[in-house]
Write a protein that binds this ligand. Sequence first.
Ligand code: GLN
Length: 280
Amino acid sequence: MKKIIKLILLVVVSSFLITSCGGKAGNSLTDIKERGNIVMYTEAGFPPFAYRGNAGSVEGIDMDISLEIAKEIGVALNTQDVKFTSLIPSLTGGKADFVAAGMTNTEERSKTVDFSNDYLVAYQSVLSLEGKGYQKISELADKKIGVQTGSTSDIIVSAEAKKVKLEDGTTVDGIFENTGTEIKRYETVLEAVQDLKNGRIDAIVVGSIVGDNLISNNPDINDEKLLDRDGKEYSESNAIAVKKGNTELLNLINKVLARLEETGKLDEIYKKHAESIIKN
Ligand code: GLN
């Protein structure tokens, strides 16, 4: 009797071990091929990178690039639309195989995830209603500024509320210190657009590729300037992120990006979505 119980226990314990270790979803190329699909996480309120098309499904530059990555591996693409701030945790937690969300490769982020080569380069831009013409970050002092939570735009304007570290390593007082500037954070830039139209905020700071798209979709927001601090614009990259150390997948992604660039397909993808009209 004792032996039978021991045996049953052994079976239970070993099957538990199999499901918790052997069955665990990994993110290596082999795991992806075995699974038959690759999991891409994005935030689909960020046209033209990722947005809900008129049919309700996720479309955009990042979606088309991701389809090419899936095709290269020979698996289906599994797309997940989450909050921007959940994207990096989805990689570190192993839920996502990669993130394609118009994400910028920053020093801080690259401490926790690995980035591909850049596939697009943009600038920070300021959107406002007709005639405002905000361009210098100092012109935004004492204004209400909308940004997407956790985005590089959020990081840049938030830094101005305290001490700002410049590129040459020197530290200066933030332009917004003691000015009464209000920074309003939104889950998506589309929500910020509504508030700008309703006069609840004075300006939106957002990447220029997205800014261009928002302007073409919203005729009443017709002022877009590149944000500038002391005569210098803020350029930023867009890259795909994978879990730290997932070099095999990263190399494959870089290979796909290089092919898309060389064949002119990336240009085509960009043009297809750049001024895409979306319902919002
Ligand atoms: N490029 C910006 C960033 O990485 C915005 C990206 C986004 O909001 N999807 O923060």
